[in-house]
Ligand binder design. Sequence first.
Ligand SMILES: C[S@@+](CC[C@H](N)C(=O)[O-])C[C@H]1O[C@@H](n2cnc3c(N)ncnc32)[C@H](O)[C@@H]1O
Length: 200
Amino acid sequence: MPKPYTPNDKLSQKAKAEGYRARSIYKLKELDEKFKLLKSGMTVLDLGAAPGSWLQYAIERVGPKGIVIGIDLQEIEPIEGVDTFKEDITKIEEINKILNSQQRFENRCPRADIILSDLAPSTSGIKDVDQWKSIELSQAVVKIAKDHLKPGGTCVMKVLRGADFDEFLKELKKEWKNVKTAQVKASRDRSKEIYILLNG
Ligand SMILES: C[S@@+](CC[C@H](N)C(=O)[O-])C[C@H]1O[C@@H](n2cnc3c(N)ncnc32)[C@H](O)[C@@H]1O
């Protein structure tokens, strides 16, 4: 059974007390602790990044030598050391324009060591439609990863599990050397939310 939605649950309170913008921080922290994802000096691209708790955590972990870029449909309040852009990640040409404008990143190559996606579609309330929208967003993330991830880099993305999930995973396994899945304790609804890790 899904956990009931309680806006002021313990993790939301903890996030607030620790200065993070969302309880989602603990999902990334859990994945980072398990898979050793983020290291000093890395370039991180976060897709679907608002309000920004993953960006806050990422910049802490990569430090001043790292680059952290966040993109979302919604405006992201500034975070020191982080570049943010308001764009729809399914508009691949616009995303390419943002990421290929190297001057923005001090002429350093903006290819990412890691691409993160906690993207969540706006929900229709119809389970199958929402799960399909989540797969569509994930397909856009994979396209971006193909163009903007360094060789050997890692892509971590949230997907809502549904009827099309197994087929999607099967396709990914044809194209990527390593494909793993993980669930996190911090998810409100672990029966639906799953993270896919791609590498190679
Ligand atoms: C669960 S929130 C991300 C929370 C974030 N990881 C954090 O810790 O603050 C999901 C985000 O996906 C964004 N999103 C959904 N569809 C999008 C799209 N097509 N392009 C860009 N962002 C999108 C939403 O605007 C929302 O901010």
